[in-house]
Structure formats: C-alpha cells, structure tokens
Design a protein around this ligand. Structure first.
Ligand code: ATP
Ligand code: MG
Length: 656
C-alpha cells in the first residue's frame, strides 16, 4: 500500500477539534504542558505537585513494564503485560495490540478490556479502515481520535464496530523503522480528550516494546537455532548409535560365525542372529549345487511360516530370481500373488558369494507391506559376506582334513609295507645263513646235498620275491610295458599247464582243462598272461587238499553278448573278451575275499600244507590284469574257490 500524500493525510483529519490525528510524534513535554506547568506553579503548589506526581507515576509505569517485559522472552506475555498495565494506568476501557497482516487485514493479537465490553482478541478487520491507516502508521504517525462519532463519514467508513470505540489513541510500534504493529487505547463509554502526556507515555512505551519485541524475536531465533542444533545433534547421535549398534551386531555375528568350521552351524548361527536383530518373522539360508542347478535350504529360522528347511529348489523353477542371485545381485520384492505355502510376504534375497563364485543365498522374510531399509540390506549383505568366508574356510578345512587322513593312511600303508617287505626279505636270508652253517658241518654227502637244495630253493625264493616287488613297483608306476601278440590258446595253453599237471598228480589232485575246439586266436601280452595263469594255477594247487579237484575253463565272449560284457568290462567301445575261470576245491570265508588282493595278505590258517608264500601273488596279477585293461574277481562258496579273469582281446602287434 502506498504512503498517503501529505494533504490527503490531512484530509484524513476530522473537522472538529475534539478529534485529531497528530502527524508527528510528540517531543516529550510540549509547550502547552510547560505552560500548564508554569500556570500550575503560578496557580499553586498543589497543582505542581500533582503534575510532578503524575509524571513520576508515568515513569514508574514505564519502568515497571520495561522491567517485566525484559525479564521474559515470551512475546505473548510481554504484550499481555503492556496492554494490562496501560489500561489500568490510563483507566481506559480497552487496550489492544494490532498487527497488519499480509492480506491487508488488521488482527488483534493482545487485549486488555474492561469486563463491561466485548473482547476483540484474535479478531481481524479488513477494508477501508485498515487501508487508510497502514501508510499513516508506516510513516510513524499517531492516531489521536478524541470522539469517534465526529469522524468524517468517509473516514468512519469501515471503522470496526466490534471495537465499540468512542475515543481511540493509537501509537505505531516501529522496529528498525518498519511498522511492526500498533498499540491502541480505546475509551468505549464516552469520548476522551487524549493528553499530550498520555501520548508521550505511549510513545515511550512503544519504543520499549519495540526493543522487547526485538529481544524476544532474537531470543526466539536463538531458541530456534538451538532447537535446530539440538535436533541435528540428536539425529547425528542416533545415526552414530545406529552405526555403533550395526558394527557391534555385525562383529557379534562375525565372531560367532567364524568360530565354527561346520557349514551347517555357520548358517544356523548367522540366520538365527539375523532374524533376532532384524526382528523379522522368517529367515533362511541355502547352498547351491551349480552342477545340478539346485538350491537346498540348509537352515531356516521362522516363527510362523511353513518350514522350508531341507527343501531342494530347482533354479529353473524361479529362473529370473536365480539368474539375478547367480550374477551376485541382491533384491527385495513382495509376491504379487500369494505363495501357496507362505501366502503374501515381502522378501529380501542376498547371494552368499566370494571371488570364486556364488555358494548360496540368504533370504529375509517379512509381512507383505514391509520395506527392508538400507540398514537392513547392508546388514544382510555383510552377514552373507562373512558366511561366504566362513563356509570357504570350512570347505578348505574339510578338504585338508581329508587329505591329512589319506596321507596318514598312505603313510601307515608304507610303514606296513616296509616292515613286511623287510621281514619277507630277511626270512629266506636267515634260511640261507642257516643252510650254509649246516653245510659246513654236514656229516655226509647226502646231508650236504640236502642243504644245497635248501640253499637253491631259498635263493630262488629271494630272487622271486625281489622280482615280484620290482614288477609290482613298475606296475604301480605304469612303467610296465605290454605288447599284445596273437595267441593260439589250444596250442599255447598245454605248455603252461604241463608243470601244474605233474604237480597236481604228485599230490593226487585232479586237474582238468576245458577249452572250446573253435576257440579263436586271441591277442594279448603273452608274458603277462602266462604269469596270471601260472599264479592262479599255483594258488589252486597250493590251497587245495590232496585228492581235491582243480579246473581251468576258457571261453571266448563276443562283443555281441551284452550281459557278460556289461558285467565285467567297462568300455565305451564293444570288444571281444577272453574269459578264464579257475576253480579249486577249497573254501575261504566271504569276509576274507576283498582282502585276498591286498599286498602281503595271507588268509590265516589257509595254508595247512605249509606251501609257503608272501601274499604278493594276487596283488601283482590284479595289477597285471588291470594293465591289460581286464578285470579279476574272486568268489568262494559250496566248498569251491573261483577266480575269474576277463581280458579284452587287444589289438595284436603285427608279426614282423
Ligand atoms: P605268493 O602268491 O606271493 O607266493 P600267497 O599265495 O600266499 O603268496 P596270494 O597269491 O596273494 O598269496 O594269495 C593270498 C591269499 O589268498 C593266500 O595266502 C590264500 O590264503 C588265499 N588264496 C589265494 N588263492 C586261493 C585259492 N585258489 N584257494 C584258496 N585260497 C586262496
Ligand atoms: Mg599265490
């Protein structure tokens, strides 16, 4: 609103002298007052004293109000004190503090009123009355109306009837030269001639009020800043507290998880702790089998959900989710349609991964409208990281443990082997030593001959033993060379059998050989096959009682015979097989059969005829058979022991 022109402002003045508006603020005690004072002095001491007393009272009032308002930063209280004290002092009907509002209205923000009149507190007025006065007050002018009924009609227009004012004295409250509000004193029951001293009093008071308002606003500003600072400090403290709690929780979970080398226990601890800390109704952990494309829920902590523990899920059943997890990405979502087992739930899924890949996942489950916060996600991710470290450690530990056990077993085998070998090597040597000693002192040539035979036998036993050991070592190192050649079994086999036939005869054993007339020529390593058959026939002769029966049968199995082929020969290509079966009348316990092929193992009490042996024979020929890509199996039942050898017909080396 523009300031009114001076003459327009004058136009605002009423015509009657009883109503006036002072354009300028009064300058303390004015001339008329001084004149009155002088006249009073002249008139008499009493009047002088009364005037002085009045002035003193005014100053006391100012001091009193100033003292009270400066003691409080509360603006409402300041204004309340001011209007109350002024009304009492001036014996007015109503004292108001008015403020011009943004929408060109005047609002009453403080009021002291004689109970006979209607209160106007919190009322606001608009219109011409407000517009006329705003610019007037903004220029620092007072409004002095002794008789409101005398206001010019156009100026009276809009004068708020609610004020019920018969006389009005209004002083602007200026803060830093700007209009803050108006202190107005109203006489309601009759008109009133406002005294200069009263105007002066109110002017001093508005100055004090402006200072107090300024203080109050400053105080509120500081208060506001303080509050702001405090809330910032509080927010920061909460953040720090949360960060501290987060770290403490993570440390606790990490310590517990890392304490264990058992994968199940690691996941169980992590899931339980997460569920409790996050106050969620469900949480589970799964491990992946990447080859099978499955995820198995290893542990679940839940208070109400149907259990998933042990459940195996195929990646393909929720390909989109697992694709994301396998890429190492976490995500949260809420099921759009209710899950048949769990209904509607909100879920946060996080992969358990490290630089070697994804091991599994962690799932946090909540009510459908729940949103997992950044803090929740951070915690789940960190726990998943800790789990991956702990699980890798556990896997490594298990692997190392297994290797240690294997090494221990191998070491034990080596120790056993060395002690057996040294024992077996020493036995013939002791016999040789003894035979030499006996030879020296032999009383007759017959005796000498006998000891020489013993010497020969023990020497060849030692040689055989050493040869067997060397062969076994070569076979184990894969440095044993085989060269297949065509073998006509019908002509070749009798030569192999001949020593065993005479040996069997010497012990009254019955040895039979069965070979089909149309047996095709086979291709195999001749030396190896001879050794295999010789060892099997040797054992059969050794462990069969006198009068017992021994039989060797040979068969040719064509690749087209799938039953036998499948059973005994594992190969991708179909191949013809030569099958050798040696039976002898002797039974061994079923529990001993797997051990027959162990190095240096001899079945206790199985050699009642003291034929002797080192227990290396079967171990050696088993290796030989395997080198020829065949298989050997033993069986014993109904008084018979049966050893069966399947040899594939190798491709013969062409004869040069
Ligand atoms: P080596 O063959 O080194 O001279 P060995 O004959 O005792 O000694 P293996 O041929 O490896 O050793 O046989 C291991 C054990 O299996 C034998 O000691 C014997 O108890 C048992 N055994 C092997 N073949 C037969 C068989 N045909 N009948 C009964 N028992 C057998
Ligand atoms: Mg043997």
């Amino acid at each position: 609103m523009n300031s009114p022109e001076p003459d327009k402002a004058l136009d605002f003045l009423p015509r009657k002298s009883t109503v006036s508006l002072s354009r300028h603020r009064s300058q303390g005690i004015d001339e008329s007052e001084m004149a009155g004072f002088k006249a009073g002095f002249a008139a008499g001491r009493e009047q002088t004293e009364a005037t002085l007393l009045q002035q003193l009272e005014r100053e006391k009032l100012i001091n009193k109000i100033a003292l009270q308002v400066f003691q409080s930063p509360d603006l409402a209280y300041i204004l309340h004190i001011a209007v109350t004290e002024v009304r009492l002092f001036l014996q007015a009907d109503r004292v108001l503090i008015e403020r011009f509002e943004e929408d060109e209205r005047v609002g009453v923000i403080a009021e002291s009123i004689d109970p006979a009149w209607k209160p106007c507190l919190n009322l606001s007025f608009a219109g011409l009355w407000c517009n006329q006065r705003l610019a007037w007050y903004e220029q620092g002018n007072n409004e002095v109306v002794d008789d409101c009924t005398q206001l010019l009609p156009d100026k009276a227009l809009g004068f708020p009837p609610a004020l019920q004012a018969a006389a009005r004295l209004a002083i602007p409250i200026l803060r830093d030269g700007l209009l803050w509000g108006v202190l107005s004193v109203h006489q309601c029951r009759n008109s009133r001639t406002w005294q200069a001293s009263e105007i002066n009093l109110l002017e001093q008071l508005t100055t004090q009020l402006a200072i107090a308002i300024h203080h109050s606003e400053l105080h509120h500003e500081i208060q506001h800043l303080n509050d702001h600072l405090e809330s910032e400090v509080e927010a920061r403290t909460i953040q720090l507290q949360q960060a501290y709690e987060f770290e403490a929780t993570l440390k606790r979970i990490t310590d517990r998880v890392r304490d264990s080398l058992d994968v199940d226990l690691i996941l169980q601890t992590a899931i339980r702790e997460l569920a409790i800390v996050m106050k969620i109704p469900g949480c589970n952990a799964s491990l992946y089998d990447l080859e099978q494309g499955t995820s198995t829920t290893c542990y679940e902590y839940t208070s109400f959900l149907s259990p998933y523990q042990g459940k195996v899920s195929k990646f393909s059943a929720a390909q989109e989710l697992y694709d994301q997890l396998l890429r190492g990405e976490y995500f949260q979502f809420c099921s759009l349609s209710p899950n048949p087992e769990r209904g509607m739930v909100a879920m946060l899924a996080c992969p358990i991964l490290d630089d070697q890949g994804v091991i599994g996942d962690l799932w946090a489950i909540h009510d459908p409208d729940h949103y997992f916060s950044e803090q929740d996600i951070r915690l789940v991710k960190q726990v998943a990281n800790q789990c991956s470290i702990a699980i890798r450690q556990a896997y490594l530990y298990t692997k190392v443990q297994k290797e240690v056990r294997t090494l221990e077993r191998l070491n034990q085998l080596k120790d056993d082997f060395l002690s057996t070998v040294s024992h077996e090597l020493r036995t013939p040597l002791s016999n040789i030593k003894m035979a030499i000693h006996m030879l020296r002192t032999a009383p007759s040539p017959e005796r000498q001959e006998r000891y020489l035979k013993i010497l020969e036998a023990e020497c060849s036993r030692e040689t055989e033993l050493i040869n067997d050991l060397l062969d076994l070592q070569r076979l184990e190192n894969d440095s044993y060379r085989v060269s297949p050649e065509p073998i006509q079994l019908q002509t070749w086999l009798p030569g192999i059998m001949s020593p065993f036939i005479s040996r069997a005869q010497s012990r009254q054993q019955h040895l039979q050989v069965e070979i089909p007339q149309d047996m095709p020529t086979i291709a195999s390593d001749r030396k190896s096959l001879e050794r295999i058959l010789a060892e099997l026939l040797n054992n059969a002769c050794k462990y069969t009682s006198p009068d017992g029966a021994i039989a060797l049968s040979v068969r040719y199995i064509h690749a087209g015979d799938p039953a036998d082929y499948q059973l005994h020969y594992q190969s991708t290509e179909p191949v013809d097989i030569a099958k050798f079966v040696i039976r002898n009348e002797a039974e061994i316990p079923a529990s001993e059969i797997p051990r027959m092929f162990e190095k240096f193992y001899r079945i206790p009490k199985s050699d009642p005829w003291q034929q002797g042996g080192t227990g290396l024979g079967l171990a050696l020929i088993k290796k030989l058979v395997e080198t020829l890509q065949g298989s050997i199996a033993a069986d014993s039942q109904n008084g018979w022991t049966i050893l069966t050898v399947h040899l594939p017909i190798l491709e013969a080396v062409p004869e040069s």
